[in-house]
Ligand binder design. Structure first.
Ligand code: EPU
Length: 338
C-alpha cells in the first residue's frame, strides 16, 4: 500500500476534471482496507472513496484521504440448476464483468453492457439500463464500516434499492465501503428486450435467434451511437435522474405538449425522460467554451477538454432553471458533486 500526496485526480474521473487529492492510496484487498482504517494516523482524517470515478463532478480539490478501491477477482461461489453465484471484487471494471458473464454463457447482465464504472459502485446507485437494474441480479455484498473497520454483509432487502438509489446513498451515506458483490446470474437465459431500441437494433443487426451475446452487442451499439465515449469526451453518463411527476401534472403538461413521453411507475406517478425536457428547453448540442450538452443525448453534460467542474455545475444549474421555468419540473442530479 503506497501512500501518495497531492495527487492529480484527472485520470480517475470520467469527466477528465483536474482536482488534487491531499492524500491518495490504492487498496487491493479488503484486509488491506481494514488495516488502513484501523491505523490511528488516518482515523481523524476525512476519507473519500473512489471507484471508477464515473459518477462524480469534481468542483474543487479533495482535502481528504482518497481511497481508490482496486480489489480484483471473480469466482463462482455457488451453483444450482438455474443460477450461478459469482462473487466479484469491488474494483473490477463493470463492463469486464459483463463480458465475462456473456463469454461464460450466463445471462442477466447483458442489458447493462458498457456502463462505465466499477463493480463496487454499481449497487450504490442500483445502476440500470434498457429495462434491467442491478437489484434483479444482486445476491449480496460485502462492505467495511469506515469508522470501526468491521466487515458486514448486506442482503438485497437491506440495501433498499430504488431507481438510482440505495441505502448507501441515503441512511448509510458515507459510512461503508463496498469490497465485493455477489451476483446471481442465470444458466437458463431470461431475455429482456422490451425496451424499444433493443428490438429495433437486433433487427438492424439481422439477429435471427436471441442470445445473451446478441443482446449485449445490441446494447453496446445503442450506447455507442448515443453516448459519448469518456476516453474521447469527458462525461459521467446521465447527469440528471429522470423525474417522476404526479399523474395530474403529467396529464396537464400532455395537453400543452402532446409529444411528452412518459412511463407509468406507480398508480399515480409518471416517469418523464429528462433528456426530452432538456432538449425541448433548447439545450441539446449547446456548447459554451469547453463544456456543453451532448448533441445526441441531452441528458449528458460534457467536458470537451480543459473545462472545469465549476463550469459544468453552472451549466447544470442553468439547465435545471430553464426546465423548471418551462415545465414546472425540478431535475435532480444523478451525479455526485464534490
Ligand atoms: N430523449 C429526447 N432527447 C434526448 C434524449 C432522450 O427526446 O436528447 C427521449 C428519447 O427519445 C426517449 C427518451 O427520452 O423517448 C428516453 O431516452 P433514452 O432511451 O436515451 O434513455 P434515458 O431515459 O435518457 C435512461 C438512463 C440511462 C440508460 C437509458 C437506457 C437515467 C437517468 N438514465 O436514460 O442511464 O442508459 O435510460 O435504459 O435513468 C446513466 O445512468 O448514466 C445512463 C446512461
Amino acid at each position: 500500500m503506497q501512500l501518495l500526496e497531492n495527487v492529480s485526480l484527472r485520470p480517475y474521473n470520467t469527466f477528465g476534471l483536474e482536482a488534487k487529492a491531499r492524500y491518495f492510496v490504492e487498496v487491493t484487498t479488503a484486509d488491506e482496507l481494514r488495516q488502513l482504517l484501523q491505523n490511528p494516523r488516518w482515523q481523524q482524517v476525512p476519507k473519500w472513496i473512489l471507484g471508477g470515478g464515473s459518477n462524480v463532478l469534481l468542483t474543487q480539490d479533495v482535502d481528504a484521504l482518497v481511497i481508490r478501491i482496486a480489489i480484483k477477482g471473480m469466482e463462482v461461489v455457488k451453483e444450482d440448476d438455474e443460477h450461478v453465484y459469482l462473487r466479484v471484487g469491488a474494483g473490477e471494471v463493470w463492463h469486464e464483468l459483463v463480458l465475462h458473464t456473456v463469454e461464460a454463457g450466463y445471462s442477466g447482465l447483458e442489458n447493462l453492457s458498457l456502463i462505465p464504472g466499477t463493480v463496487g459502485a454499481a449497487p450504490m446507485q442500483n445502476i440500470g439500463a434498457y429495462g434491467v437494474e442491478i437489484k434483479e441480479v444482486f445476491e449480496e455484498l460485502e462492505a467495511v464500516h469506515i469508522e470501526t473497520a468491521q466487515a458486514r454483509r448486506f442482503k438485497a432487502d437491506e440495501c433498499n434499492f430504488g431507481y438510482r438509489e440505495s441505502v448507501f446513498k441515503r441512511d448509510l451515506r458515507g459510512q461503508y465501503i463496498i469490497t465485493a458483490v455477489t451476483f446471481r446470474v442465470n444458466k437458463v437465459p431470461a431475455f429482456q428486450v422490451s425496451y424499444g431500441d433493443i428490438q429495433k437494433t437486433l433487427a438492424e443487426m439481422n439477429v435471427q435467434e436471441l442470445s445473451t451475446r446478441a443482446i449485449s452487442e445490441a446494447v453496446i451499439r445503442i450506447r455507442q451511437s448515443k453516448l459519448p465515449d469518456p476516453t474521447q469526451i469527458g462525461n459521467a453518463g446521465s447527469f440528471f435522474k429522470n423525474p417522476e411527476i404526479p399523474k395530474a401534472q403529467y396529464d396537464q403538461l400532455k395537453q400543452e405538449y402532446p409529444e411528452l413521453p412518459g412511463y407509468v411507475t406507480a398508480p399515480d406517478k409518471i416517469k418523464v425522460p429528462a433528456g426530452w425536457l432538456i432538449e425541448q428547453a433548447g439545450w441539446k448540442g449547446f456548447r459554451e467554451g469547453q463544456v456543453g450538452v451532448h448533441a445526441r443525448q441531452a441528458l449528458v453534460l460534457v467536458n470537451y477538454g480543459g473545462g472545469t467542474g465549476e463550469q459544468i455545475k453552472a451549466l447544470a444549474e442553468r439547465v435545471q432553471a430553464s426546465v423548471e421555468a418551462k415545465f414546472g419540473i425540478k431535475l435532480t442530479p444523478e451525479v455526485n458533486f464534490i
